[in-house]
Design a protein around this ligand. Structure first.
Ligand code: NAD
Ligand SMILES: O=C(O)C(=O)C[C@@H](O)[C@H](O)[C@H](O)COP(=O)(O)O
Ligand code: ZN
Length: 379
């Protein structure tokens, strides 16, 4: 359970001990204003390409630019349109060329200022330009602060599926300014909450129970919110350190995602209909309902998962996706491109109960199809 006592402190650090790729995640209100000093400390003398989106640039780029200028760091902003559609081949090319045009050298930094879209796109550019530049994450959405800024997965989408082109490229530093979340739209905060709940569902039932009790305080901000972010980062860091490149255990972080990524591809990454965290919420409910159907988890646990996510206002059924008209065959077809597929067989993260998730290889596609048929019928 998170320690909310300590959350009043100005900034806290979660260390990610990855040998020569180790880094700190600094969490707290106002850390953005100190970014210049912290960045200059991890990369003395380096210039920065700040990749951000239009929404975030409007509210948070001035503070970052001022902080870098005060620390004597040369910085060039690269601003992309907001939304999942920017995780594209075309935007990847635009961002890489802008970094190169700004004469950024290999030893310079790509700084991602924004949500997971900016983080994944900028990180992949950092992994690619001059065969690998240094990279700093300044996550400004809840989802990015608890998940996407940590662990080094970067990439873009293909029309065939989510995140199908990318690289593992760890950041040198993560600066999570919890005060930056005050400007985040409520829908996006809720979406990020699905990834927070995910950590409880994977292997920490006490954290899930704490969220059931404290979700109002987490949404309200303050100590409970900082505590939830810190606990999420610590949970993710522990898995990443065990299995950086997803040869085994890291797949647990994909709980709900075999479903979620299929929904996102079918809705063509249209954030007006479905954003990633919402897809994850429905995916988590599906993973538990499917586990219950297979006799692994109890129906009670499956209902508890759906009940909590519904309580915070997240969608919990496929039919909650506006304009949904695809059948089980289309969902299965999308799932066939999942990166966890092995020799054509589906891998799911299933659960024996809340906090008791496991990686299930060779899941029977016919069982998935029957489950989806019923889920679509029942709503
Ligand atoms: N690499 C990973 O490990 C990992 C993990 C989880 C999710 N992801 C990816 O992350 C992406 C989703 O990230 P997201 O939910 O942050 O979406 P996002 O980056 O699209 O951000 C959500 C929206 O909020 C806006 N925004 C962000 N911060 C803001 C702020 N402080 N104030 C005002 N507006 C703000 C953005 O402009 C955008 O419109 C997906 O592409 C998903 O696949 C990656
Ligand atoms: O970091 C991971 O590992 C995750 O699986 C975290 C997920 O929340 C995230 O959406 C990730 O991008 C999905 O990874 P993918 O390999 O399925 O694209
Ligand atoms: Zn995710």
């Amino acid at each position: 359970m998170p320690d909310t006592q300590a959350a009043g402190a100005p900034a806290e650090t979660v260390h990610v001990p990855l040998g020569d790729r180790a880094y700190d995640i600094v969490i707290g209100p106002g850390v953005l204003h100190d970014a210049g000093r912290r960045i200059a400390a991890v990369a003395p003398g380096a210039a920065c390409a700040i990749v951000t989106d239009e929404n975030v640039a409007r509210v948070h780029l001035p503070a970052l630019s001022a902080s870098l200028a005060a620390a004597g760091v040369r910085a060039t902003p690269v601003v992309v349109p907001p939304g999942e559609a920017s995780k594209s081949y075309a935007m990847f090319e635009t961002v890489c060329d802008a970094i190169i045009a700004a004469r950024m050298e290999r030893g310079d930094l790509v700084v991602a200022l924004g949500g997971g879209v900016v983080g994944d796109l900028a990180g992949f550019a950092a992994a690619s330009v001059r065969r690998g530049m240094r990279f700093v994450q300044i996550p400004t959405s809840l989802l990015a602060q608890v998940d996407s800024s940590v662990g080094g997965k970067t990439g873009i989408n293909s029309p065939h599926g989510k995140n199908l082109v990318g690289a593992f490229h760890q950041p040198r530093l993560v600066l999570a300014d919890t005060a930056a979340l005050d400007t985040l739209p409520p829908r996006e905060f809720r979406a990020g909450y699905a990834e927070v709940a995910k950590y409880g569902l994977i292997d920490d039932p006490a954290f899930f129970a704490w969220l059931e009790e404290n979700h109002r305080a987490v949404f309200a901000g303050g100590a409970a919110r900082v505590a939830a972010i810190r606990a999420s980062c610590a949970a993710k860091a522990a898995v990443v350190v065990r299995d950086e490149r997803e040869d085994g255990d890291r797949a647990l972080l994909n709980l709900g995602h075999t479903f979620a990524h299929a929904f996102e591809r079918i809705t063509r990454y249209d954030g007006a209909r479905l954003v990633h965290g919402e897809a994850v919420a429905i995916g988590l409910v599906c993973a538990f309902a499917f586990s219950a159907r297979l006799g692994l988890a109890s129906g009670q646990d499956a209902s508890r998962v759906a009940g909590h996510l519904r309580t915070v206002g997240l969608p919990t059924a496929i039919r909650d996706i506006p304009g949904w008209d695809a059948g089980a065959a289309a969902i299965l077809d999308a799932m066939a491109q999942d990166k966890k597929v092995r020799r054509g067989a589906l891998t799911f993260i299933l659960a024996n109960g809340i906090g008791r998730s496991f990686v299930a290889r060779d899941v029977d596609a016919a069982a998935v199809r029957a489950f989806l048929d019923d889920a679509l019928r029942e709503g």
